[in-house]
Design a binder for this molecule. Structure first.
Ligand code: SF4
Length: 702
C-alpha cells in the first residue's frame, strides 16, 4: 500500500520512565507506524497501550500550530514567531523592570529531553537572570532524589531492570506497577525464582491482587510499619553485620529509634494483623535477594523522604544492595524525570553540582565556556514557594513549559485563581487546549516526541535516544529551537553560540558530568546510544577505554559497597512519625486516596486523550471507588452520581462500589481535571513534594 514502510529506526518512548524502545516504521523518513522493539534491553519486544499510540496523539486538532496572543477581547489570536519572540522578551523584561529580576519564574517538566531541559535551565538562570524555576518532577520524584542524596551521597537509583527477574523477594511500597509501570511488571512475571511478592498499600490494587502478601495498611501508616519491620529484623538477627559495619553509618541510632516500634501495636494502629507483618518481616529477613521498590504512594506524602529512607535502611542493614535482584529502588514516573534531576539547573546547579560551592560554580563555568559571574550562588525556590510567591505578589511573570499545573498542582482551585494575579504568563506546549494554556497571555507551539531529537534518562539510569520521525504541525517548533529563538531575541546568542543542536548540547552535558557519580564522558555520542540500546550512567572515559567500547547492557551501582559520601559509607536516617495533617472526623469521615487509575492514560491526559483507542480503554467519566459497607450506610448504589466534598472544593462523580478500598477510604484517579479541587495543600518538609493522598472528604448521594 501507499503507507508501506521502506525502513525502520528505534527511539525510546516519551511517556513513562520505563523507557521502552519503540521501532518506528518510516516511509520517506516519516513515521507511518510503530511496533515495540524486540532488541531493546528495557522492554524486550513489549509496549503498553500508551507506547503503541505514541504517533496517534501527534495528529490532533488540539495541537498548537502557531503562536497565540491573547487580545483585548480575551481571545487567543494567531501571530507569527517574530512577534511572539518580541512579545516574550518585552513581556518578561517589562515585569523584571517593574518588579525586579526575581519576579519572573518558570515551571518546567520531566517530559522534554535532557538537552532541552539543560538549555532552558542555563538560559533562564545564566542568561536571563531568572532566579526561580522548578519542574513538575517536584510532584513526582523530588522525594526519592532527596532521600537518595542524604542516604547514598548522590541521587542514584542503584538498580537495573534485570533485578526484577533476579529477586527471590520483591517488596512494593505505594507502587502499582501492574498498571503504572506495566512493562516492569512483565519483567517481574518473567522471574523464574517463584518470588514472594509483598505489597504494602492501603488500596487493593491490581498489583496487590497479584501479590503473595498484601499488607493493606491504613493510609500513612507506612513509616511506622517499616520501622516495626526494621526492629523485627534487628531483634531476630537478620542484620548483615559485616555490611553494616563496613559500609554504613548510624546503625546504633537506627536500632534505638526503631526499638519503640513493636509489631503488635504498629499492626493494630495500621488495621492489619500482627501475624501478617511478622510473616512479611520473616520473608524479607530470610530472602537471599530482596529488592524493595517504591513510587508515588511513598513520594507523594508529607513524610515521603523519611519513608523512602526507611526503605533504604532495610536494604542496607540486610545487605540487599549491589547484588543481582536487590536494592532500594525508586521507580521513576516521567520519561525524563531522571534527566530533570541531573540537568534542570533549578534546586541543584546543572549536573548535580552545588550553587553554594565556589569550586562547583567554577567547574560549571569552565565546562560551559561562560563567565563565572553568570553562575548564581543560590538555588531556586521550590515549586510550592514559587506558587506562594505568586500569591504574595513576588512573582508577576510565569513561563510554563510542557506541564499543566492548573490540573495537576495540589489544591487546584487556588492555583487557577493565582494565575489571574500574574502580569504576564507564557505557556509553551504541544496543545493549546490544556487547562493551563487557557490562562496564558502567550502560547508558544511546541513539537512533541517524534518530532524532535534528544535523550531521556529512564528509571534504571539508562540514557536513550528520541528521534525526529514526523514534521511538527504548522509552525510548531522543537522546544530546543524555541529556546534558541529566545536566546537570540534576548541578546544572548553569543553566550549560547555552542548550543546549536541537541547533540552539541549532549557533548556539553558530558563535560559537565566529568568526575560526578553520573559521569558519562565515555559515551561515543548519539551513534553509540542508538547502536547499543541506550547507556546507563555512569560510563566514564576510563570505562570506555581508547576503543570507546560499548557498555554491558545491565549495570547496577554499589557492587563494591562504596557509596557516594566522602567516607564511602551510606547513612541510615530516621525520624519521628508525624500524625496526618487532616485526619477524618465526623464532618469529613473519609480519607481520599488519589493515584493512577489506568494503564492507558497519562497524568492530566493532555496527550493520551487525543487517541481514540486510549479513550476507549479508559472512558473519561470521573469516578470514585467506595467500599460496599460505606456505600450501604450512605445509601449509595453502584453507578449513581455522588458529590465528594472536602474543605476546599467539591466534585460530582460516579460511585464505583468496590472492595478495592477499605471502609473509611475512597479513591479518585488523578487523570481528571477535578480531582485536585479536593486535595489539601501540604508537603514533605525535606523534598517539598505535595502530599496528594490523604485529605478528608465526605460523600453525599445525588
Ligand atoms: Fe512507553 Fe512506559 Fe508504556 Fe513503555 S511502559 S510503552 S515507556 S508508556
Amino acid at each position: 500500500s501507499s503507507m508501506a514502510a521502506d525502513t525502520t529506526t528505534t527511539a525510546t518512548c516519551g511517556f513513562c520512565a520505563t523507557g521502552c524502545g519503540l521501532r518506528l516504521h518510516l516511509r520517506e523518513g516519516v513515521a507511518v507506524g510503530l511496533t515495540p522493539e524486540t532488541k531493546y534491553p528495557v522492554n524486550l519486544g513489549m509496549a503498553c497501550p500508551k507506547g503503541w499510540e505514541a504517533l496517534r496523539v501527534l495528529d490532533s486538532p488540539e495541537r498548537a500550530t502557531t503562536p497565540l496572543l491573547r487580545g483585548a477581547d480575551g481571545k487567543h489570536q494567531p501571530i507569527g514567531w517574530d512577534q511572539a519572540f518580541q512579545t516574550f522578551v518585552e513581556g518578561f523584561r517589562g515585569v523584571q523592570e517593574r518588579h525586579g529580576l526575581d519576579s519572573v519564574a518558570f515551571l518546567s517538566t520531566g517530559q522534554i529531553p535532557s538537552e532541552e531541559m539543560a538549555f532552558l535551565g542555563a538560559l533562564a538562570r545564566f542568561g536571563m537572570g531568572i532566579k526561580h524555576g522548578d519542574g513538575n518532577t517536584r510532584q513526582c520524584m523530588a522525594t526519592a532524589a532527596t532521600a537518595y542524596k542524604e542516604s547514598f551521597g548522590f541521587d542514584s537509583p542503584p538498580y537495573t531492570y534485570d533485578d526484577f527477574e533476579k529477586s527471590d523477594c520483591l517488596v512494593f511500597i505505594g507502587a502499582n506497577p501492574c498498571i503504572a509501570h506495566p512493562i516492569m511488571w512483565e519483567r517481574v512475571l518473567r522471574n523464574r525464582n517463584q518470588p514472594e511478592i509483598i505489597v504494602i498499600d492501603p488500596r487493593r490494587t491490581e498489583t496487590a491482587m497479584a501479590a503473595t502478601q498484601h499488607l493493606q495498611i491504613r493510609p500513612k501508616n507506612d513509616l511506622a510499619l517499616l520501622y516495626a519491620i526494621t526492629n523485627y529484623l534487628i531483634q531476630n538477627d537478620y542484620v548483615d553485620q559485616d555490611f553494616v559495619a563496613s559500609h554504613t553509618n548510624g546503625f546504633e541510632t537506627l536500632r534505638e529509634h526503631v526499638a519503640a516500634f513493636d509489631i503488635e501495636s504498629v499492626a493494630r494502629a495500621a488495621g492489619i494483623s500482627p501475624a501478617a507483618v511478622q510473616r512479611a518481616a520473616e520473608t524479607i529477613g530470610k530472602g537471599s535477594a530482596v529488592s524493595l521498590w517504591w513510587t508515588m504512594g511513598v513520594n507523594q506524602s508529607y513524610q515521603g523522604t523519611r519513608t523512602a529512607q526507611a526503605i533504604i535502611n532495610i536494604a542496607l542493614i540486610t545487605g540487599n544492595i549491589g547484588r543481582p535482584g536487590t536494592g532500594a529502588n525508586s521507580i521513576t514516573g516521567q520519561c525524563n524525570a531522571m534527566g530533570s534531576r541531573l540537568w534542570s539547573n533549578t534546586t541543584n546547579l546543572i549536573g548535580h553540582h552545588r550553587f553554594e560551592e565556589e569550586a562547583d560554580r567554577r567547574k560549571v563555568a569552565d565546562a560551559l565556556g561562560m563567565d563565572e559571574q553568570c553562575i548564581p550562588s543560590e538555588g531556586s525556590w521550590k515549586y510550592d514557594r514559587i506558587i506562594e510567591g505568586v500569591r504574595r505578589g513576588e512573582i508577576k511573570g510565569l513561563w510554563v513549559i510542557a506541564t499543566n499545573p492548573a490540573h495537576s498542582w495540589i489544591d487546584q482551585s487556588d492555583v487557577r485563581e493565582l494565575f489571574g494575579k500574574l502580569d504576564f504568563m507564557v505557556v509553551q506546549d504541544m496543545y493549546h487546549t490544556t487547562e493551563t494554556a487557557r490562562h496564558a497571555n502567550l502560547v508558544l507551539p511546541s513539537a512533541g516526541w517524534g518530532e524532535k531529537e534528544g535523550t531521556f534518562i529512564n528509571s534504571e539510569r539508562r540514557i536513550g535516544l528520541i528521534k525526529k520521525v514526523r514534521h511538527a504541525p504548522g509552525e510548531a517548533l522543537a522546544d530546543f529551537h524555541i529556546f534558541r529563538g529566545i536566546a537570540h531575541y534576548w541578546g544572548l546568542a553569543e553566550q549560547f553560540a555552542e548550543w546549536t543542536d541537541p547533540e552539541a548540547v549532549f557533548r556539553i552535558l558530558q563535560r559537565l558530568s566529568r568526575d560526578q557519580p553520573c559521569d558519562i564522558t565515555g559515551i561515543d555520542g548519539y551513534r553509540q546510544l542508538d547502536a547499543c540500546g541506550g547507556v546507563q550512567w555512569p560510563w566514564t572515559e576510563q570505562d570506555a577505554g581508547d576503543d570507546r567500547s560499548d557498555p554491558p547492557q545491565q549495570r547496577r551501582l554499589f557492587s563494591d559497597g562504596r557509596f557516594f559520601h566522602e567516607d564511602g559509607r551510606a547513612k541510615l536516617v530516621v525520624d519521628s512519625v508525624e500524625p496526618m495533617p487532616e485526619p477524618p472526623n465526623a464532618a469529613y469521615p473519609i480519607t481520599l486516596l488519589t493515584g493512577r487509575g489506568t494503564v492507558s492514560q497519562w497524568h492530566t491526559q493532555t496527550r493520551t486523550r487525543q487517541s481514540p483507542v486510549l479513550r476507549l480503554l479508559y472512558p473519561n467519566e470521573p469516578y470514585v471507588e467506595i467500599n460496599p459497607v460505606d456505600a450501604d450506610a450512605l445509601e449509595i448504589d453502584h453507578g449513581q452520581k455522588v458529590r465528594v466534598q472536602s474543605r476546599r472544593g467539591e466534585v460530582i462523580v460516579t460511585a464505583n462500589v468496590t472492595a478495592t478500598v477499605r471502609r473509611g477510604q475512597a479513591f479518585i484517579p488523578m487523570h481528571y481535571e477535578s480531582t485536585n479541587r479536593l486535595t489539601l495543600s501540604h508537603f514533605d518538609p525535606q523534598s517539598g513534594q505535595p502530599s496528594y493522598k490523604d485529605c478528608a472528604v465526605r460523600i453525599i448521594p445525588q
